[in-house]
Write a protein that binds this ligand. Structure first.
Ligand code: KIV
Length: 275
């Protein structure tokens, strides 16, 4: 069944947990889609886990469109959300609508995600008015890393917690269909989830959110630069990959690969003429 923004909202009403993962390419997205995952975010985490940057700030619109289009080609049922990169929506409402539109027209995303609270509510209103569904993102929003002074958990102090709750209400009022809550205390995730009527998708925001999202390389043990506390490794795919690559090296070195069944033949009379 195709997941839509309506099925996301219905899941909250039905108290069914939503599952999301990130993906950045066709074959991973196709594999993920076959599992019944509800949503795939083409996150700007692309910059860190695929492109090797230290943060997400260098990711461009062209990077995001290229990868979102690849993911979308592999997906039939999951809701595909394209992540708006740093400076593609902050400077003006015009930029925000124009760039959000590119995710739909050029990459065929089902929705877009952007980071921020009240500061970006005008952008969200205008994007939704242009008929593009918007997922919000609050808490430890990675594009604000320099303002936070590092990747630090947000919402522990009273004023910060109140601001995040207020921002969540503003995003709902602006027309967002869902909100990612990242790197906040579980109890704050619970309060926000109970306060707003749109689904919250948590990453490091505890178990009371309406759904969860993780970066797939983190949860499959494929990214070793650092592992945040909120990540659980559900499989050690990195080890399995290394094992396969080592076997390949060994067999090529020994001359065992390629074997007869991996090779093409030609007619004997043609072969003779080549000598
Ligand atoms: O870019 C990303 O992958 C994200 C998720 C971590 C929510 O924003």
């Amino acid at each position: 069944m195709k997941n839509t923004i309506k099925s996301f909202k219905q899941a909250k009403i039905n108290k069914e947990n939503l599952t999301m993962l990130t993906a950045y390419d066709y074959s991973t997205a196709k594999l993920m889609d076959s599992t019944g995952i509800n949503g795939i975010l083409v996150g700007d985490s692309l910059g860190m886990v695929c492109l090797g940057y230290e943060d997400t700030l260098s990711v461009t619109m062209e990077d995001m469109l290229h990868h979102t289009a690849a993911v979308k080609r592999g997906v039939k049922n999951a809701l595909v959300v394209g992540d708006m990169p740093f400076m593609s929506y902050q400077a003006s409402v015009y930029d925000a609508v124009k760039n959000a539109g590119r995710f739909i027209k050029e990459a065929h995303a089902d929705a877009i995600k952007l980071e921020g609270g009240a500061d970006v509510s005008e952008q969200i209103k205008a994007i939704v008015k242009a008929q593009i569904p918007v997922m919000g993102h609050l808490g430890l929003t990675p594009q604000s890393v320099n303002m936070f002074g590092g990747f630090k958990i947000q919402g522990k102090a009273l004023d910060d917690a109140k601001k995040i709750i207020e921002d969540a209400k503003r995003l709902e009022d602006a027309g967002a269909f869902s909100i990612v809550l990242e790197g906040i205390p579980s109890d704050l995730g619970k309060i926000i989830t109970e306060t707003i009527s749109i689904p919250t998708i948590g990453i490091g925001a505890g178990k009371y959110c309406d759904g969860q999202i993780l970066v797939y390389q983190d949860m499959l043990g494929m990214f070793s630069d650092f592992t945040p506390k909120f990540v659980k490794k559900f499989a050690n795919t990195g080890d399995i990959m290394k094992e396969g690559i080592n076997k390949y090296i060994e067999e090529v070195n020994k001359g065992d690969f390629p074997a007869k069944e991996h090779c093409f033949t030609m007619k004997e009379e043609i072969l003779k003429k080549l000598y």
